[in-house]
Design a protein around this ligand. Structure first.
Ligand code: SAH
Length: 424
């Protein structure tokens, strides 16, 4: 069991976020440290009078100097603590039907049969997020499930120091075939950490795994793919957008396609033609293979490698039109100072897409920049609609999938937002 021997005293009037259960303590809120906590150690967070409020782990190298693990300063941070937190996270995914509590082994029921028909939808999903960091009470820790394997990402020093122990708890809880650590996210730099990709337990996952999502099969490279291999956060939105009633017989443009997940769903929903755009050649090759894996033909000349802005402009010049367009760009804003520029980018992009839609067409548009909130994003799309001279009806507000929960006391955990729109 770990104990805190240091008290982190907050400045007078700076304890409100802690009372409101926000897990981050910024350097500016700290008065002083009583004790000799080393980077990564536990500290007791106290108000300016010395009343203990919470237990956190500490990293003086980061602007976020402490991240709260428990709002009960008397709660022991021991073996059971970590197990309880992990179990609570996994249980939420079990409630969503994304994992059988207590085991990961992919059952034949989960896999279903191969060679299914395009219209045969199955709620079969073998990849999901199991631990979503702060939003699951485990700041800095991400754990994703890909079939029998787990991929963990340690984003903070406090978690990095405990990763061996955490991997052991995950093994106790889930008996995975293997645990790969994919700690190659840029944010580690802010914590003074280098990038690490290595096995933490068991068998190494193959260079290419097949996972299933809502009955569709996808090839995933958990060693090198974006994030931990796949954009799991878009699962619910793919399902929402790719309804046969919305897409059957339609011409679909999938922009920022990555490995073509929206494209596969669109094909399964009966889309007549799917054009996929991404700046990455390898991603588009994977998109083609993912289409084939699900029994769909993806003509080569409808995979377009290039800059999305340029390709959309070119389509306009060519007079191309579509019935549905998906826009899922990478993060545009990494800091408050970039928000204005990011919004200009979103506006341009949506304006370019709106001009390619046939009357009554669908725009499925996203932003994964946490700093651009849902209201602001909607305003930006509105601005694009005005400039394009189009009427836009929002049919659905979209967000990150349910296995990426948003903690109410931590609004920063809501980062992905989207609009499913009909355009006239
Ligand atoms: N929709 C995808 C995820 C998209 S991630 C899915 O559901 O899996 C964003 C993608 O945008 C990445 O694949 C990246 O290669 C691509 N990208 C980044 N900048 C781009 C640009 N300027 N033009 C086209 N693609 C770009």
């Amino acid at each position: 069991m770990e104990t805190s021997t240091t008290t982190l005293l907050l400045k007078d009037g700076r304890d409100k976020p802690v009372h409101n259960r926000h897990p981050w303590i910024f350097s500016g809120a700290i008065d002083r440290l009583k004790g000799d906590a080393q980077p990564g150690d536990l500290v007791t967070v106290a108000d300016h009078r010395g009343t203990p409020l919470a237990t956190a782990y500490y990293n003086p190298k980061s602007q976020i100097q402490a991240r709260i693990l428990s709002w009960d300063p008397a709660e022991p941070v021991d073996h059971d603590f970590w197990l309880r937190r992990l179990r609570r996270a996994v249980e939420a995914r079990a409630m969503l039907g994304l994992v059988a509590s207590g085991q990961l082994s992919v059952s034949s029921e989960e896999h279903g049969t191969e060679g299914r028909l395009a219209t045969d939808y199955r709620p079969l999903t073998t990849a999901c997020r199991l631990v979503n960091a702060e939003a699951d009470g485990l700041p800095g820790l991400v754990v994703d499930r890909y079939g029998d394997h787990l991929v963990m990402q340690c984003l903070t020093l406090g978690i990095d120091r405990r990763k061996g122990m955490l991997a052991n708890r995950l093994v106790e809880l889930l008996q995975p075939a293997g645990i790969l650590e994919r700690s190659d996210a840029d944010v580690r730099g802010k914590e003074g950490l280098k990038q690490v990709v290595e096995m933490r337990h068991g068998q190494a996952p193959p260079p290419e795994m097949t996972i299933h999502e809502n009955g569709h099969a996808f090839l995933v490279d958990v060693w090198h793919g974006h994030k931990t291999g796949f954009y799991l956060d878009q699962r619910d939105n793919r399902a929402a957008a790719a309804q046969p009633t919305l897409l059957a017989g339609k011409e679909v443009l999938n922009v920022f396609a990555y490995t073509g997940a929206f494209g596969v769903y669109a094909a399964a929903a009966g889309a007549r033609r799917i054009v996929q755009v991404d700046s990455s050649h390898p991603a588009l090759e994977a998109a083609e293979r993912n289409m084939a894996l699900n029994g769909f033909d993806q003509p080569d000349d409808e995979l377009i490698a290039g800059d999305a802005f340029e390709v959309l402009r070119y389509f306009r010049e060519e007079g191309q039109q579509f019935d549905a367009i998906v826009l899922d760009p990478p993060k545009f804003a990494y800091s408050q100072g970039q928000v204005e520029r990011a919004c200009r980018g979103y506006k341009d992009l949506n304006w370019l897409a709106l001009r390619l839609l046939r009357p009554g067409g669908l725009l499925v548009t996203f932003s994964c920049s946490g700093l651009v909130n849902a209201d602001l994003f909607q305003k930006v799309v509105f601005g694009a609609a005005v400039d394009a001279g189009r009427d836009v009806q929002v049919l659905r507000h979209l967000g990150q999938s349910a296995d990426h929960p948003v903690l109410l006391s931590f609004p920063e955990s809501a980062y992905l937002k989207g609009l499913l729109c009909r355009v006239w």
